[in-house]
Design a protein around this ligand. Structure first.
Ligand SMILES: Nc1nc2c(c(=O)[nH]1)N[C@H]1C(S)=C(S)[C@@H](COP(=O)(O)O)O[C@H]1N2
Ligand SMILES: [Mo]
Length: 169
């Protein structure tokens, strides 16, 4: 069985799964919150310049300037205590996904920050262009972490006993 979080060979999907860019944040305790694009735009925006979508199979595109809140900013804004151990899964609406480790989140003040991009080259991304798109700077594995159409951010406690305290609610 193939693991959707670790696709070693993958044909990129050019077709948005729906027109609606709304996404949800799932806490380890099962609480779900809805995040709209306007919510993401109301948070501090982090600009990443010189980004490439590097795919050995399909060629390289870029450089692009992507902008949006960092994943860390989004999680903190929703009351996630990043001091706890947990894993973050990012799922596109077409079932394509990746994982982000806690140490990657905490690089937020650098040019390696992982963002939920809403803008590309100063213009709001269209749905066809991937709105909302995870950008993992420096990823060089066939763009397998540059998840388009992010539909769900799901937190899982590494220690299930700690799940209740990961959420502030
Ligand atoms: N949701 C989603 N995101 C995805 C994919 C996909 O199939 N679905 N394919 C990945 C791969 S393998 C590539 S090469 C790039 C292609 O990005 P582009 O359409 O901007 O060129 O998207 C990445 N992100
Ligand atoms: Mo790819």
């Amino acid at each position: 069985m193939s693991d959707p979080l670790q696709p070693h060979v993958h044909d990129p999907n050019p077709t948005p799964p729906s027109l609606d860019p709304t996404l949800s944040l799932g806490m380890p305790d099962g609480i779900e919150q809805t995040l709209s694009v306007s919510t993401l735009l109301s948070l501090p925006q982090h600009v990443l310049t010189g980004c490439y979508i590097v795919s050995t199979g399909h060629g390289t595109s870029g450089p692009f300037e992507f902008a949006g809140p960092t994943l860390e900013t989004v999680l903190r804004a929703y009351g996630v205590f990043l001091e706890r151990e947990f894993e973050v899964e990012i799922w596109g609406g077409d079932g394509f996904g990746t994982q982000v480790a806690r140490h990657e989140l905490l690089a937020s003040n650098t040019n390696r920050a992982i963002i939920l991009a809403c803008y590309r080259d100063g213009a709001l991304l269209s749905r066809a262009e991937g709105l909302v798109r995870l950008i993992v700077p420096g990823e060089r594995d066939d763009a397998l972490r540059q998840v388009k159409w992010v539909r769900e951010i799901r937190l899982r406690a590494s220690d299930p006993q700690a799940s209740a305290s990961v959420s502030a609610f």
